[in-house]
Ligand binder design. Structure first.
Ligand SMILES: [Zn+2]
Length: 147
């Protein structure tokens, strides 16, 4: 372990973060399936809000995963062409595949929305539950009344 390239350690931290988020995304998919089924089974159940919260969480986690992938690329001395997605060496000014010009700061560490916390627990922060009455409640529009 001690002989490990420190970059390998950083990269494996990022990979673990990706795995964490991937697991959370699967969990949310499961929950969405259940919520949706409950709604299907009983027409009076409206789980729209809970489903939406989870969809938003999935989108956020997916974006974070993309960020981590960029970080991993950077650690490996690579960057992705914004035009064609080809991996280029960090010092390249132009994409070797499509010729697109890279930004001047493209050789710097990628700006990401995720904190450098490899072992964070993304599932906790966004646990959507009933008492999440954040903005105005969209009560009326989606109301299902039985005639
Ligand atoms: Zn390209």
């Amino acid at each position: 372990m001690a002989l490990f390239d420190p970059k390998a350690k950083i990269i494996s931290g990022y990979e673990r973060s990706i795995d964490d988020r991937t697991a959370s995304i699967r969990k949310y998919y499961d929950e969405i399936g259940k919520l949706y089924y409950d709604q299907y089974k009983d027409m009076n159940v409206d789980n729209t809000k809970d489903i939406n919260t989870r969809c938003e969480a999935i989108t956020r986690l997916s974006n974070e995963i993309e960020d981590y992938k960029l970080k991993i690329l950077f650690e490996r001395g690579l960057k992705k062409c914004p035009n064609c997605g080809t991996e280029n060496s960090l010092e390249y000014g132009f994409c070797f595949k499509c010729g697109s010009k890279f930004d001047e700061d493209s050789a710097n560490a990628p700006k990401t929305s995720v904190i450098d916390e490899p072992a964070s627990e993304p599932a906790k922060e966004e646990t959507p539950d009933e008492e999440q009455k954040s903005e105005e409640a969209p009560a009326e529009e989606e109301k299902k009344d039985e005639e």
